[in-house]
Design a protein around this ligand. Structure first.
Ligand code: KMT
Ligand code: NI
Length: 177
């Protein structure tokens, strides 16, 4: 995992690094409610099971985002994941293979880019504005965890501004934008 301020001036493809070189820490992520774990070693799945048990994630599935897995709709899908949105539940991802970027808004509405690869586990809180893209390798395989039924409907900005999960999130963290 590496997190840094996203370079919004850079007009390259969304999958390019857009790297300002301004680093962000796990603590910086925690301040906006984003949780991160590095899951390593032979008992990795047990660690996932433990987090899932503690947080009541009963169900899980696997998604592969790649041209091979998705065929001709890949480019369209990658663009749709990159629309700024929120969810009414946490977004929980454990990277099984490959890599990609999750961008999250910080307290001042600046994009933090989080590069994840195999062994990284992340939880985005309900109500945080974010987006996803593969990187230039165009391949990621991730486990998605959820409580009962998945609540993955993306609600795009700015429609979601008045959503009660957004309002709760803004009130729980020191969000100024
Ligand atoms: C999302 O919510 O944008 C996704 O699930 C993207 C694929 S997970 C690596
Ligand atoms: Ni999302």
């Amino acid at each position: 995992m590496r997190a840094y301020i996203y370079d919004s001036e850079d007009t390259a493809d969304q999958r390019a690094a857009h790297d300002t070189g301004i680093e962000k820490t796990v603590e910086d992520l925690a301040k906006v409610g984003v949780l991160y774990w590095r899951i390593e070693g032979p008992n990795g799945i047990e660690q996932i099971d433990e987090i899932a048990k503690n947080r009541s994630y009963k169900n899980r599935d696997t998604i592969v985002v790649s041209p091979e897995a998705m065929g001709p709709v890949y480019e369209e899908k990658v663009k749709s994941f990159f629309a700024e949105h929120l969810h009414e539940d946490e977004e929980i991802r454990f990277i099984l293979d490959g890599s990609g970027f999750f961008d999250v808004r910080d307290q001042g509405d600046v994009w933090i880019r989080i590069h994840l690869d195999k062994g990284d586990m992340i939880i985005l809180p309900a109500g945080i504005y974010h987006r996803f893209t593969t990187d230039e390798n165009n391949y990621i395989k991730a486990m998605r965890l959820f409580k009962e039924d998945p609540l993955w409907t993306p609600i795009n900005r700015p429609i979601a501004d008045d959503n009660k999960y957004r309002v709760e999130y803004v009130n729980s963290f020191n969000i100024t934008a």
